[in-house]
Design a protein. Structure first.
Length: 314
């Protein structure tokens, strides 16, 4: 979501959660754009275990990102065959002009080799690679999103992280002007040290944020289990609570299939979670199926954290 937000697209966390549950994008606005981003992210996470993080993977993910767009304008999965500018055309008003199309394939090959063979410290290598991708700007559209996906994919590929817990897009969005300026100043003045330090501060900031949010979720999960006590509380109910911490929305058919129980039994469990105020009372109907959102859990994810206090910021 935040990786798309920095490029001017917006959606709600509830819409994203419902997309995760249903794989159906909410109509209108930017929901389909962000849904494409999530689909490309999921695809890339699975695919990077099979092929290198490089030209082929970028192309396959680009095709997913551009679904629903004008194929003639975005040329899905194909590197650009034209000059592009960053900023306001024409060239005289551009903020940055990436390399001519003639050199894009060669530069992407160089980036792929760098990721595979160089022995620099992992985070420094990643800072350099992210700059390289954004400077090459290999596609007509979607380069910003793909460049930020590169960060999570490579960390997973190298087994530095086993789950995508580090979201630098949030840091880039909060420091958007400096982010763009630091990238530009590498190109114009060779200010690599300043860019790498900015990137590493982002890693530190988002690592702290992820740790605090994880702590918050652990405490909320414990509170939910404590809330569900009594002779009629089954292990199945607690399993359903744990499942909400993967996707904070559920339908009765989802509960039925997950627990392998009957529809009436699943309905009774969902009703118990609604009564316990773990699921919202008002459902959202998508393609004839009612989905219940874990509203308190979503609010907990949405709230900012205070790095100093380890609690939601006022």
């Amino acid at each position: 979501m935040l990786s798309s937000k920095i490029e001017g697209t917006h959606t709600t966390l509830a819409d994203l959660v419902l997309y995760e549950a249903t794989r159906v994008a909410a109509p209108g606005g930017d929901n389909e754009v962000v849904a494409n981003y999530l689909a490309a992210f999921d695809y890339g996470r699975a695919r990077c275990g099979e092929i290198p993080v490089g030209r082929r993977l970028f192309g396959e993910m680009h095709e997913i990102l551009m679904r629903g767009e004008d194929a003639r304008a975005t040329t899905p999965e194909q590197v650009r065959d034209c000059l592009v500018v960053i900023g306001t055309p024409p060239l005289s008003g551009a903020r940055f002009v990436p390399p001519p199309a003639l050199f894009v394939n060669e530069l992407l090959e160089n980036l792929e080799t760098y990721l595979r063979e160089e022995t620099e410290a992992a985070l420094i290598k990643l800072a350099v690679a992210h700059y390289q991708f954004e400077a090459i700007h290999p596609f007509r559209d979607g380069n910003g999103r793909l460049g930020r996906l590169l960060i999570s994919l490579w960390l997973q590929k190298e087994r530095i992280l086993t789950e995508p817990m580090l979201y630098l897009s949030a840091y880039f969005e909060q420091n958007q002007n400096e982010y763009y300026d630091r990238l530009l100043r590498v190109s114009m003045h060779g200010e690599w040290t300043e860019w790498i330090l900015f990137f590493l501060r982002g890693v530190e900031t988002q690592s702290i944020d992820a740790a605090l949010r994880t702590q918050r979720l652990v405490e909320l999960r414990r509170a939910y289990h404590d809330r569900l006590t009594g002779p009629r509380v089954t292990q199945s109910l607690h399993r359903l609570v744990d499942e909400l911490f993967k996707i904070p929305a559920i339908s009765i058919p989802m509960a039925r299939d997950f627990l392998r129980i009957t529809y009436p039994a699943a309905k009774a469990l969902v009703d118990r979670l609604v009564a316990a105020e773990i699921l919202s009372r008002d459902s959202i109907v998508i393609r004839g199926t009612a989905y219940y959102v874990a509203g308190e859990l979503l609010n907990s994810l949405n709230e900012q954290v205070d790095p100093a206090a380890g609690a939601p910021a006022a």
